[in-house]
Design a protein around this ligand. Structure first.
Ligand code: ZN
Length: 131
């Protein structure tokens, strides 16, 4: 959608349609992978997987489903956030009566050196809404 030297933005027009949109290339991501995923009702990921070094954070945006992590299963719904260690065996299934839409963020476990106020700096600028 837009690109300049200090930011990238994109429109994910089909975020609630079945499938997976990976944002790495569109946003030129350098510290994390972000995908937006929608599983149709009753459908699961076709595999169980782990990761070499990336933890995953799942943010459920819409619908209901089940997570499988290391032999445990639990239900999720809109608003649930789940962090999974790299080595954990995982899978996800949409509820039989509901699509499941979620954002998945992958980032190298243990790589975060500062966050929130620890990384923020005052900067110059004046948005139109402050005039
Ligand atoms: Zn994964």
């Amino acid at each position: 959608m837009t690109a300049n030297k200090n930011y990238q933005a994109t429109l994910v027009a089909e975020m609630y349609k079945p499938g997976r949109t990976v944002l790495h290339d569109d946003l030129a991501l350098t510290s994390a992978e972000v995908s937006i995923n929608t599983l149709p009702a009753g459908v699961s990921l076709p595999f169980i997987h782990a990761h070499k070094q990336n933890e995953e954070i799942y943010v459920v945006l819409k619908g209901k489903g089940l997570f499988y992590i290391d032999g445990e299963e639990f239900g999720v719904q809109e608003g649930c956030v789940v962090r999974i260690d790299p080595a954990a065996a995982r899978s996800i299934k949409a509820d039989e009566a509901s699509e499941l839409t979620y954002v998945c963020v992958q980032a190298k476990a243990g790589s975060l050196e500062q966050h929130t106020q620890g990384d923020g700096l005052p900067a110059e600028g004046q948005p139109s809404w402050q005039k």
